[in-house]
Every structure is written in structure tokens, then in C-alpha cells.
Design a protein around this ligand. Structure first.
Ligand SMILES: Cc1cc2nc3c(=O)[nH]c(=O)nc-3n(C[C@H](O)[C@H](O)[C@H](O)COP(=O)(O)OP(=O)(O)OC[C@H]3O[C@@H](n4cnc5c(N)ncnc54)[C@H](O)[C@@H]3O)c2cc1C
Ligand code: SF4
Length: 445
């Protein structure tokens, strides 16, 4: 039976005994391939060794000094294709569960009040960070550790970006995020929420208003749409609206709407899986994941797809959405689909879905969620008119330093890379912070 507690809270992580037992499986590899596989330079070889030697504080320090969101990464990283993929223990049994050990150490530091980071003396420099997702948080924390006064401007009421308003709470809950935010505040980072910088040129003006540098980390908050002209339809939602409603004051209303209903989620990626699974957990009668290719071609990770099947999501594959079925009261009644067959791939690409003529049919649905991709907000280039962007609105930044076309403005995270991972955004935040420090010291010299 549906239990609301399961929705709001993530499952418990390792206990001390479990973490120590798992660390005993580590082979203490001299070359520690796991430590070379993290996009944000996490060093499992060292923190697992320290845990084994009962140096728990040292292990926590290894994680947190490198990654202020070490807890979030321990929970959310697809470790099976990063550090754990390279783990040598796989050759004799199965990989060490590195991410779970990492999450344990971070949670243990909160339970035992073990502090490993300290605020630095001010160097008098002020940096504005636009956006409080993983990239903005990581950059601000790193800058604060170097003595800069970092101020985060965040459009939404609370900080966190996708890990607060996107990822469902049963995967990453708000208490966990609040602990990590508290550590960032203790470093001296200032948060200004409900402070969108969306007026034309407002971002660039920060440099004229006392800030020595700016880091842009605004992420991707516009949803791709099947028919962008269709709006204000009861029961038709984008993944961005739907997932945010699961994490704000609209939760109860949405839960009541979902309970007992039929939901169709369009898309085959991780975000679509999140939307579909959440609907099952909230008591939907039937949840269909509608995707135009086959199971093996879905962009979502295999482990996510299998979990969704086990949760009870129905996979409606080789079906392409054509149109929404909307009644006179402007309410969704279904989704018009056409069956597809896969044609030969061109070159080395994926096989192409082709609509089968005459095979249209209607899937009855009370709610349709479009989860077909996130993109830059359409007006975002006007927030920083001199910063170069590409045709999709993604900011053009130097890969090594994350500098943009405007001196003093740096950018990273999804708004530069396109849809990526929390750990990539964390790394961008660190890279940009180091580049900003170098830029400021050169400017002073
Ligand atoms: C539903 C979903 C599930 C995901 N699950 C995972 C997962 O399990 N594991 C994983 O590694 N990755 C996951 N990702 C990807 C990951 O969350 C992102 O790559 C990451 O959050 C990007 O961080 P960011 O800081 O660049 O941007 P964001 O997290 O998008 O944060 C950007 C912030 O900027 C703010 N902002 C935007 N415009 C302005 C403005 N003009 N002024 C002020 N503030 C502004 C936004 O409100 C937001 O808070 C998921 C993504 C989604 C959408
Ligand atoms: S690769 Fe695996 S076994 Fe080797 S140090 Fe890393 S966690 Fe331990």
C-alpha cells in the first residue's frame, strides 16, 4: 500500500558496521583506479583506506575538502559507470560500494558533529554566483574557502536547483540537502533567494555594482514541448512543472490528482523515469511510459529502467505521440499515438523510428507529462547580452577555465554542458572558482 513517508524520505544508508564491513572488501590498490574515474576528483582509494584504519575524521575530510556536495554525489551519482566501474574488486567478486561508503561518511559527520571545513579570513574580493544548483553551490563554497565573499542569487524560494526542485524526494530528501547547505553557509556564503536576475543585462551589471567576478550557473529550466502552442490544459504538464510541484506547496493537490488516475509520461530518459516512478509511488492506477524506440535504446540507465519496471511502470514502446486529446473543458482525456517500426541506422547512429501508416490509436489518460528534454530558458541570452551563446542558448565557455566572452564572467554546469550530472556540475564549480581566484590575483598584480 502507498505510504507517504516513503515518498518524502530517502531509504536509509549504510550503518557504521555496514560501511566498515564494505571497506574491508577494498583491495587497497596501490594505483586506485577508482580515484581516477571521478569527474570531480573524489579519491575513494584514500577515504576507504582511512576508514579501514579507523581514521573516520580523516576519511570525511578527504571527501569534503574536495567536494562540498560529497553527500549528494554519494546518493545521486551513477557510480556503477564512474568510480565503481573501475573498481578492481570486480575481478574477484563485485565492486566495492564506494558511493554508499561516501554517503555514510558524510551522514556520520552530521550525526557526530564532526566539522572538517573552516571559514577563511576575507581577502576583500566579492563574487556573485547566479544560480544555487550544484555548480553554483560548489563554486561559492570553493571561493569562500579561498577567502572571497561569495553571494548566491537564486530565482526560486529555496536553494538547491534540480536537487531540490527536480529529483524526487524519495531519491534525495530535503533534510539531507539542508545539512549540505548549512555547511556552505558556515563557510560564509551568502544566499539571496527569490532573487532572479532576469532583466536584460542584469547579470553583466553585477560587475559594475561592486562584484569582482560573476559565475553563471543557471541550469536548464525550460522544458522541450511536443506542441509548444498548447497551453493551459488541465492535466497536461511538463516534467519541470510536475517534478517541482512534487517538492513544493502544490504537493498535496498533485498527489490527490494522481491517486487513482491514469498517467502517460512521454520520454525515455532518466527524467521520464523519475516522473513515471513518482506517479506509481503516489498511487496512480496505471502509469505508462511512452517511448518511440525500444527498451534497449532508451537513454535512461539500464538500472533505472529495470527499477521502473519493478516499481510497476508500464513501458509503451515503439509508440510515438502525435497529439493530445483534449475535451471541451480544456481537460486532457488521452494521448494520440502512432506505432513505429525501427529502420536501419544511418552510419553508426541509432536505428530510426518510422511511423506505421494507419496505426494511430488513443491511449486514455487523465494526466500527460512531457519529459522530452530540458533546455535553456528562451529569454536567457538577454540576461547577459555580451556573453556568447550557441543556437540552443547554451553559454560558450572555455573548457579549461570556464571563462566566457566577457571578462570577469565565468559559467558552468548544465547551462554550458547541456544536461549532465551533479558531479559534473560540482566539478565545474571548482574549476571556475580556481580560475576566478587566478583572474583576481592577476588583475591585482
Ligand atoms: C529530474 C532530474 C533528475 C536528475 N537526476 C540526477 C541524478 O540522479 N544524478 C545526477 O548526477 N544528476 C541528475 N540530474 C542532473 C543534475 O541534477 C544536473 O546536471 C545538475 O543539477 C546541474 O546543476 P547546475 O548547477 O548546472 O543547474 P541547476 O541544478 O539547474 O541549478 C540552476 C539554478 O539556477 C537558478 N536560476 C536559473 N535562472 C536564474 C536567474 N536568472 N537568476 C537566478 N537564479 C537562476 C535555478 O532556479 C536553479 O536553482 C537530474 C536532472 C533532472 C532534471
Ligand atoms: S579500485 Fe576498488 S578495490 Fe581498488 S582501491 Fe578503489 S575501491 Fe578499493
Amino acid at each position: 500500500m502507498y505510504d507517504p513517508e516513503n515518498f518524502q524520505r530517502m531509504a536509509k544508508g549504510f550503518s557504521l558496521d555496514q560501511a566498515v564491513a564494505e571497506s574491508e572488501r577494498c583491495l587497497l590498490c596501490h594505483d586506485a583506479p577508482c580515484s581516477k574515474a571521478c569527474p570531480a576528483d573524489t579519491d575513494p582509494g584514500t577515504f576507504i583506506r582511512k576508514l579501514r584504519l579507523k581514521n573516520v575524521t580523516g576519511a570525511i575530510r578527504t571527501i569534503k575538502e574536495n567536494n562540498i556536495l560529497g553527500g549528494a554525489c554519494g546518493v545521486l551519482c551513477p557510480a556503477d559507470r564512474l568510480c565503481e566501474k573501475e573498481c578492481c574488486a570486480t575481478e574477484i567478486s563485485r565492486p566495492v560500494e564506494i558511493a554508499k561508503i561516501q554517503r555514510f561518511l558524510v551522514e556520520h559527520s552530521w550525526e557526530r558533529n564532526i566539522k572538517v571545513l573552516e571559514a577563511s579570513e576575507s581577502n576583500g574580493k566579492k563574487v556573485a554566483v547566479v544560480g544555487s544548483g550544484p555548480a553554483g553551490l560548489s563554486c561559492a563554497a570553493e571561493l569562500a574557502k579561498q577567502g572571497c565573499q561569495a553571494t548566491i542569487f537564486e530565482a526560486r524560494p529555496e536553494a538547491g536547483g534540480v536537487i531540490r526542485y527536480g529529483v524526487p524526494s524519495y531519491r534525495y530528501d530535503v533534510d539531507f540537502l539542508e545539512h549540505e547547505l548549512q555547511e556552505i553557509k558556515e563557510l560564509g556564503v551568502e544566499f539571496r533567494c527569490n532573487a532572479p536576475l532576469r532583466e536584460a543585462g542584469q547579470v553583466e551589471e553585477l560587475l559594475e555594482n561592486g562584484y569582482d567576478a560573476v559565475f553563471l550557473a543557471t541550469g536548464l529550466w525550460a522544458a522541450s514541448r511536443l506542441h509548444p502552442e498548447v497551453s493551459n490544459v488541465d492535466g497536461l504538464m511538463t516534467s519541470v512543472e510536475y517534478l517541482a510541484s512534487l517538492r513544493d506547496e502544490q504537493f498535496e493537490a498533485l498527489r490527490n490528482k494522481i491517486k487513482g488516475s491514469t498517467i502517460a509520461v512521454i520520454g525515455g530518459g532518466s527524467v521520464a523515469i523519475d516522473c513515471a516512478e513518482a506517479a506509481v509511488k503516489l498511487g496512480a492506477e496505471d502509469v505508462y511510459l511512452v517511448y518511440r524506440r525500444s527498451f534497449v535504446q532508451m537513454p535512461a540507465e539500464e538500472v533505472e529502467r529495470i527499477e521502473a519496471l519493478e516499481t510497476g511502470v508500464h513501458f509503451l514502446l515503439l509508440n510515438q505521440p502525435v497529439d493530445f486529446v483534449i475535451n471541451h473543458q480544456q481537460k486532457i482525456e488521452g494521448l494520440r499515438l502512432v506505432r513505429t517500426r525501427l529502420e536501419k541506422a544511418k552510419g553508426t547512429g541509432r536505428r530510426i523510428p518510422k511511423a506505421i501508416a494507419g496505426s494511430e490509436w488513443v491511449l486514455d489518460a487523465d494526466i500527460v507529462v512531457e519529459a522530452i528534454g530540458n533546455q535553456a530558458e528562451s529569454g536567457s541570452p538577454s540576461w547577459y547580452p555580451n556573453v556568447d551563446v550557441d543556437q540552443n542558448g547554451l553559454i560558450q565557455a572555455d573548457a579549461a577555465t570556464l571563462t566566457t566572452s566577457v571578462e570577469g564572467i565565468f559559467a558552468g554546469g548544465d547551462i554550458v554542458r547541456g544536461p549532465a550530472l551533479v558531479v559534473d556540475a560540482v566539478n565545474d564549480g571548482k574549476v571556475a572558482a580556481m580560475a576566478i581566484i587566478e583572474y583576481l590575483s592577476k588583475k591585482e598584480a
